[in-house]
Design a protein. Structure first.
Ligand code: PLP
Length: 394
């Protein structure tokens, strides 16, 4: 027996592989510190939990209409105004998390042989779903010196007649990078000039420390060629609820609904009502989360920079840092994969090698600071001590 060859195109996410190893170490009695998984440790806001329970009690346990319950689609469309995006319910499709929308959009937009511009380093699922759809990922670099923003000139240089989609992820996983308003405008002009789709993954769009909240879809003419992918996992600490959405031209929402009918039917109805409460209730929970994450970001950036051989920029968004550890690697002769591997096995501190996000991630680690502040302090101590010991014996 064998599987269809198309499955061979799929990649994976190392965060889950490392999480699995970390759990095995925990099962053996070790206290593992989790800096690998992109999940806020904050609880889902109580009013959102209550709305979910209320929806269950009220019997909202049946199929919903495929593109999402109208009240939620409407609330999502309204919420996009904060990013300057004008949308209506007809532009919104609700899915069980942002990932199914990413997958659906890739299958809906990419023809076999199409080239898709993907960030490197970048969320590994982009290249995976591009390949699955028969496309070819073409990697573009980020500009580390400019807040890890997309390197616009390098992107322009990679456009060919086969280029069909530009994937943006702002703020960016794994670097926390953002783009300047000027760069967003240049990217929009590039997309217009070459008639490209933009797949704009904005799951960290509200987790910003520079007070901004924007979207390339807000620029003139761009909503017609952009699919925004977003969700509730990160902004409202709802990773396990599975709730996300896409925002797209209304004509595309129609075939996308057919696609949803074929593979999802709909998103859990009571979960959609919890999401409605998240969007229409007080946004204090989001502001509190951003404030708490900012404190953790500063703690981690300071702690990492205090380690000899580590250089860590201060990210403007999301909850990741992407420290350059080449000073440590040069002194000890290990690769970033080996460093991440040994930090887990020997210092029981789980984080990811930069190369888990593409070849350009070499020389870096990805550190998620979405966990508890106390654990982050402990983790920094462990990393500092362990790296010091490694350098001493090298
Ligand atoms: N996009 C990016 C860049 C992510 O980092 C993640 C999760 O880590 C997702 C999408 C998936 O989010 P969801 O939990 O809504 O499927």
């Amino acid at each position: 027996m064998r599987t269809a060859t198309r499955l061979d195109a799929l990649g994976t996410e190392d965060a889950y592989v490392v999480l699995d190893r970390a759990k095995q170490l925990e099962a053996q009695g070790h206290r593992v510190l989790h800096l690998e998984i992109g999940e806020p440790e904050m609880a889902t806001p109580p009013h959102v939990v209550e709305a979910g329970i209320r929806a269950l009690r009220e019997g909202r346990t049946r199929y919903a209409v495929a593109p999402g319950v109208p009240e939620l689609r409407d609330a999502i469309a309204q919420s996009l105004r904060a990013r300057g995006v004008r949308a209506a319910a007809e532009n919104v499709i609700v899915t069980p998390g942002a990932k199914p929308m990413l997958f659906s959009a890739a299958l809906a937009l990419i023809e076999p042989g199409d080239e898709v511009l993907c960030p490197d380093p970048g969320f590994p699922i982009y290249a995976s779903v591009v390949r699955f759809a028969g496309g070819r990922p073409v990697y573009y670099p980020l500009d580390e010196a400019r807040a890890f923003g997309p390197a616009v000139d390098a992107i322009a240089a990679r456009v060919t007649p086969r280029t069909r989609v530009l994937v943006l992820n702002l703020p960016h996983n794994p670097t926390g990078g953002v783009a300047s308003p000027e760069d967003l405008e240049r990217l929009a002009a590039l997309a217009e000039r070459h008639d490209l789709w933009i797949l704009s993954d904005e799951v960290y769009g509200q987790l910003r420390y520079d007070g901004r909240c924007d979207s390339i879809a807000a620029l003139p003419g761009m909503s017609e060629r952009t699919v925004i992918v977003d969700g509730f996992s990160k902004t409202y600490s709802m990773t396990g609820w599975r709730l996300g959405y896409g925002v797209m031209p209304a004509w595309l929402a129609e075939p996308m609904t057919t696609f949803v009918i074929n593979n999802l039917s709909c998103t859990a109805t009571f979960v959609q009502y919890a999401g409605l409460a998240a969007l229409t209730g007080s946004q204090d929970c989001v502001h509190q989360m951003v404030a708490a994450l900012r404190t953790r970001r500063d703690l981690v950036v300071r702690g990492l920079n205090a380690i000899d051989g580590v250089r860590c920029a201060t990210p403007a968004g999301a909850f990741y840092t992407f420290p350059d550890v080449s000073g440590v690697l040069d002194r000890t002769g290990v690769t970033c994969e080996a460093l991440a591997d040994r930090l887990l096995g020997e210092a029981h501190t789980a984080l990811l090698a930069g190369t888990a996000f593409g070849p350009e991630g070499a020389g870096h680690l990805r550190v998620s600071y979405a966990g508890g502040a106390h654990d982050l302090e402990l983790a920094l101590e462990r990393i500092g001590r362990w790296v010091g010991r490694l350098a001493a014996v090298a």
